[in-house]
Design a protein around this ligand. Structure first.
Ligand code: ASP
Length: 430
């Protein structure tokens, strides 16, 4: 999905000093301060006198989560409409690209679910609900899902955060707007342009608000970690540790899958792919954003690995916008992890719903830091998991986000290599 250019425009006013500290450093500082406060407040043995104060510590995380939930549906809707309206991909290459993106994302989610089912990180410790009451996951009812797929009103999915209905509405409008645009372009008409502009501006507005919410994440982490440490000590973090290990294992397996695909589906040698892509991987890890990494990815593909310009631009430019395999894998694993924590394992049908919603959630996740957290709320809601647990995932997200961003970028590069085919670029093409 696109993050419009103007978002990163140089600011006219100098930013205050605290905004110039990188987000990750802010989160790490918040974590250290929170642990100190949590220990001071009892580390698992809080005194009665502090109970009310400890409860209030959860308020920033509650607000951040509410804001993320509220932004998720309009973000996905605008991302899908914007993609349909603005992306121009030539016919045959477009179909090939769509198939590659779909298969890679599905494999990523299946790997994530497999690792979570085998390692069962949610059973390794005792991760109690951080905020409020728990709700039981919905049971899987395929006919109910089908009957529910069409909303009663066009805006209903935006109000009740129903992801399946949202996908239906977004796809209908996206396909039809695209068709109208193509017809008008063929006839030399321009009436579609204001709509395209409105979609572009609304999309940018949502991303800007998202940046505000993300700026509050360190405060949310501080509050929630201090509360958990004060009330329950360090026990809950054991299973989060197991979750981190499980996600890293799954992402590593996804990287192996990419290298195998590159080896057998393109002329590029996996070792050259890794060597040539190092700059892009390091930039992805340090910036936490696949969109910010895009120029480096493009450069690595074209000049270090040596794929053709068309393949590099399709994979890197289109891919950075809406190919986020690492995010898809992470969102599916998080849902399974929390269901394990609750002792209410998702059955195969529910895991299928997780696959479906994670695919769309990853398309809707902007290639910016922490964007996966926003759309994760929809994956959780689709199978009835309590979204308040996302507050605890935020505490490890600053690290996992970097890892999954590397995989997002590697996925884009894999698609480029595969599109480039089995014949290397000739000297005349170079
Ligand atoms: N940070 C990721 C990216 O830029 C998106 C996410 O939050 O998963 O690709």
């Amino acid at each position: 999905m696109n993050e419009t250019d103007s978002i990163d425009k140089p600011q006219t006013k100098p930013r205050p000093w605290w905004q110039r500290i990188p987000l990750t450093l802010q989160i790490v500082i918040a974590l250290i301060l929170a642990v100190a406060l949590g220990v001071a407040l009892g580390a698992g043995n809080p005194s009665e006198a502090n109970k009310t104060f400890i409860e209030t510590l959860a308020i920033p995380a509650e607000l951040v989560l509410k804001a993320l939930r509220a932004l998720a549906t309009p973000l996905i809707l605008m991302a899908v409409l914007h993609t349909f309206m603005t992306t121009h991909i030539p016919g045959r290459a477009g179909r090939r690209l769509a198939v590659l993106l779909f298969t890679n994302t599905t494999v990523a989610i299946v790997i994530g679910l497999l690792v979570a089912n085998v390692m069962r990180p949610g059973t390794w410790g005792n991760l109690a609900s951080p905020i409020g009451e728990q709700t039981a996951p919905k049971s899987f009812d395929p006919w109910g899902l089908l009957k529910d797929a069409v909303p009663k009103a066009v805006l209903e999915p935006l109000v009740n955060n129903n992801v399946i209905q949202l996908i239906v509405i977004a796809l209908c409008f996206g396909i039809v707007l695209r068709a109208i645009k193509s017809e008008q372009v063929a006839q030399g008409q321009t009436t579609y342009q204001p709509i395209e502009q409105v979609i572009g501006v609304l999309f940018e507005a949502i991303i800007r608000i998202l940046h505000w919410v993300i700026a509050l994440v360190p405060l949310a982490v501080f509050g929630i970690v201090a509360k958990v440490v004060a009330e329950k000590g360090f026990e809950p973090f054991k299973s989060l540790g197991a979750f981190v290990v499980a996600v890293v294992v799954a992402l590593a397996l996804q990287a192996c899958y990419y290298l195998t695909r590159v080896k057998f589906g393109s002329w590029v040698k996996p070792q050259n792919f890794l060597r040539g892509g190092t700059d892009a991987f390091l930039t992805a890890f340090s910036t936490d954003s696949s969109v910010a990494t895009m120029p480096v990815t493009f450069e690595a593909l074209q000049h270090k690995i040596g794929v053709r310009e068309t393949s590099a631009s399709l994979g890197a430019l289109v891919g950075a916008n809406f190919n986020n395999d690492g995010t898809a894998l992470y969102e599916a694993m998080s849902a399974l992890f929390i269901s394990q924590v609750l002792g209410q394992n998702l059955n195969l049908g529910q895991q299928f719903v997780v696959i479906l919603t994670s695919i769309f959630a990853s398309v809707g996740a902007a290639g910016i830091p922490e964007a996966g957290l926003v759309t994760m709320t929809l994956v959780f809601t689709s199978v009835g998991l309590p979204t308040q647990y996302i507050a605890l995932l935020i505490t490890v997200d600053w690290f996992l986000d970097r890892c999954r961003t590397v995989i997002n970028v590697m996925g884009d590069m894999t698609v480029s290599a595969l599109l480039d085919g089995k014949k290397p670029r000739s000297v005349d093409e170079a």
